[in-house]
Write a protein that binds this ligand. Structure first.
Ligand code: GDP
Length: 314
């Protein structure tokens, strides 16, 4: 079952009408793709704890304090004023203590609603919380596929209140919706990301598998740093040959998508950016490429998946 937008809005309104602490789980690797549009309006006066999950895949070069500060700034930009911002990893039980302490500190005897879009790791996180707080193992199954988190589950807290897991809303701009299970495993980082640096001349192109493309159009030769899953193959070509190269090799040399998936795979759409300072070009759900010098670049992603620029994170 996937939740319709209407159902989700109803759920959010319900939350706004109760007194609760809202825990908003986001994927730090896909921050923009994990924001819930208008969340700040729905929570009413309820405090929001912003939790960045998957801290285990952050490259070591990024300090946690810088990341949380950055998350706070981005949250403010969309009108969300979290009482606290913290990082966690559903895959590292030892990271959970801080989260549970923060929830206890901020809930002041109220219920806790955990909200998030699909694929941020909310089920995995809830399972960990259940394990740590009650000893019951695998009470709910984690959903590998977006939109398959089923039940609203209530975990009793020690004062008669509940921690309530809500179904994940589907975010249509996530890359995950266009990929099969195997491909999702390739593009989703599972361990610490190892940044890859490319010295590019103008008029060179990088293909991120066959899923996305980065063109260096104009500027001086300089380094570009890719923060992507270690398992995603990157190919460099000449810009003038890039269209032809893609047509010829998508599904073959350029994977994912697989050969049999190419027919249904959306065409790549181009977004051009004029860069003045150190900037990340973000391919929603895939990762980002840091542009270090002023130049003109273009990012391409499957139709429906966002490409955007942001102040460099690292
Ligand atoms: P949900 O849709 O938000 O409930 O997400 P899931 O719990 O099903 O997780 C989505 C994907 O992210 C799965 O492949 C998980 O294994 C993975 N995942 C969840 N939490 C973490 C984490 O802390 N670190 C890493 N590296 N992967 C995670």
């Amino acid at each position: 079952m996937s939740l319709t937008d209407d159902d989700f809005l109803r759920l959010l309104n319900e939350i706004g009408d109760t007194e609760a602490l809202i825990v908003n789980v986001v994927d730090i690797f896909d921050f923009n793709g994990s924001l819930i549009p208008g969340l700040h309006r729905f929570v009413g006066d309820n405090p929001v704890l912003l939790v960045g999950n998957k801290v285990d895949i952050l490259p070591k070069s990024l300090k946690p304090a810088k990341m949380t500060q950055w998350m706070r700034e981005r949250a403010h930009e969309v009108g969300l004023r979290p009482i606290d911002v913290l990082l966690t990893s559903a895959k590292k039980p030892q990271e959970l203590t801080q989260l549970l302490d923060a929830i206890e500190e901020h809930r002041h005897g109220r219920d806790v609603y955990v909200v998030g879009v699909t694929n941020v790791g909310k089920s995995t996180l809830i399972n960990q919380i259940i394990k740590q707080t009650s000893g019951i193992q695998e009470l709910i199954t984690t959903s590998r596929f977006p939109g398959t988190t089923l039940d609203k589950i209530e975990i009793p807290l020690d004062d008669g209140h509940f921690l309530i897991d809500t179904p994940g809303i589907i975010h249509r701009h996530q890359m995950a919706h266009y990929l099969g299970e195997k491909d999702l495993r390739i593009v989703t980082p599972h361990k610490e990301i190892k940044p890859k640096t490319y010295q590019l001349n103008p008029a060179q192109t990088l293909f991120l598998g066959g899923l996305a493309r980065f063109d260096f159009i104009q500027g001086e030769r300089c380094p570009f740093v890719a923060y992507l899953s270690n398992d995603l193959d990157i190919h460099r070509t000449k810009l003038e040959k890039a269209d032809e190269f893609y047509q010829k090799h998508v599904g073959g040399l350029l994977q994912p998508p697989r050969e049999e998936e190419v027919a249904d795979f959306p065409e790549l759409v181009r977004y051009e950016f004029s860069i003045k300072e150190k900037t990340d070009i973000v391919f929603s759900g895939l990762g980002w490429i840091t542009v270090t010098k002023p130049c003109v670049v273009a990012g391409w992603a499957p139709k429906g998946v966002a490409v955007l620029k942001r102040k460099a994170l690292i």
